[in-house]
Design a protein around this ligand. Structure first.
Ligand code: GCU
Length: 336
């Protein structure tokens, strides 16, 4: 953090012309002098909803601490892929991040239950779970970890997409090489569906599709659009097999050095930024879907009958990841 403060001061001096006692010589406005300059890792592009949420968060925190806490958002995976960002959050090399819980759950297994395939009836169901007692309790399971959970962000529903028009039924998935995030659960899920999982970091997917290293991948509409995967895998099969929430989080070592008043501001701004991200998300799903379809993406729907087959096939994954949490699973299903 200290090093960060030094860097920021240097940046202010260089970019702001010259400053004296916090007053810019170029203009009349007072430059805030932050006590804490903190980093935020985000692997999505600048205009992506989660990144918009990150900027909103940084802006609110700055405003509400009178400029004393400055958060520098690094979008586009600048600080590394999700695996390495988790490690850096754990030892305090990065202060904040927004992360898909698919990768995080391997480190915090209590989170697996929130990303089980076909778990939620719809988006509203998922939000009732996350915003309610269960979401709170699952955050509390992280109390003894190096990570402080802040808020849940939306990542919609994930579906499959392919280089070739080859998959319309469950049987068609057999033997297909499908990229998955670096996540034990997703690897097992693909195996249960008969496919061959290929775990890869998010930024490697485009070229793997382009070169044919994989036959397909799976993600939500905005990621598919934002990463331009439609250019190399134009067949999108809307099966919505998973809703994987995103977690906005913080390094505990950073949390511990912050005064309590700033901790409170951070918690509140994280909540507000999450509300903001959710509203941006809703709009972006339609925009992305329309854009890729205009560009030639073909969308295929899956019949309810076929969906039942998918559901039956994933039973072993439930057994392995939630076998001892059937009560909680039932509670999640019962949320109305
Ligand atoms: C989503 C999520 C990313 C994640 C990606 C993935 O798009 O927002 O953070 O990296 O899924 O499939 O790896």
């Amino acid at each position: 953090v200290k090093k960060g403060i030094f860097c920021l001061c240097m940046t202010v001096l260089i970019l702001g012309g010259c400053t004296l006692g916090g007053v810019s010589l170029k203009g009349k406005e007072k430059l805030a002098e932050p006590d804490f300059v903190l980093t935020y890792a985000e692997n999505q592009a600048e205009d992506y909803p989660t990144t918009q949420g990150a900027y909103k968060f940084a802006e609110l925190v700055k405003e509400r601490t009178g400029g004393k806490v400055e958060i520098l958002v690094n979008a586009g995976g600048m600080l590394g892929d999700e695996r390495s960002v988790i490690e850096q959050i754990q030892f305090g090399g990065i202060d904040f991040a927004r992360m898909s819980i698919s990768t995080l759950a391997d480190i915090v297994p209590s989170l697996y239950i929130l990303e089980m395939p076909y778990l939620y009836r719809d988006s509203g169901h998922m939000w009732k779970v996350l915003d309610g007692e269960i979401g709170k309790q699952l955050m509390e399971t992280m109390d003894n970890t190096d990570i402080v959970p802040l808020s849940w962000y939306d990542a919609g529903a994930r579906s499959f997409y392919f280089r070739e028009r080859s998959v319309e039924t469950l049987e068609d998935l057999t033997g297909k090489k499908i990229r998955v995030p670096e996540s034990a659960l997703l690897i097992d899920l693909m195996r249960a569906l008969g496919a061959v999982p290929v775990p890869l970091a998010f930024d490697k997917v485009y070229s793997a599709l382009e070169t044919g290293q994989i036959d397909g991948a799976e993600n939500n509409w905005p990621s598919y659009d934002s990463m331009r995967h439609n250019e190399v895998a134009p067949y999108f099969v809307v099966d919505e097999h998973m809703r994987i929430p995103e977690l906005q989080m913080m390094s505990r070592s950073t949390w511990d050095i912050l005064p309590e008043e700033y901790q409170k501001v951070i918690v509140e701004c994280a909540r507000l930024s999450a509300n903001y991200e959710r509203s941006v998300w809703k709009e972006r799903v339609d925009i992305s879907r329309k854009r890729v379809i205009e560009e030639g993406c073909q969308e295929f729907l899956i019949s309810d009958e076929e969906k039942q087959k998918f559901l039956a096939a994933v039973a072993p994954v439930y057994e392995k990841y939630c076998g001892d949490q059937m009560d909680l699973l039932q509670k999640i299903r019962n949320v109305q």
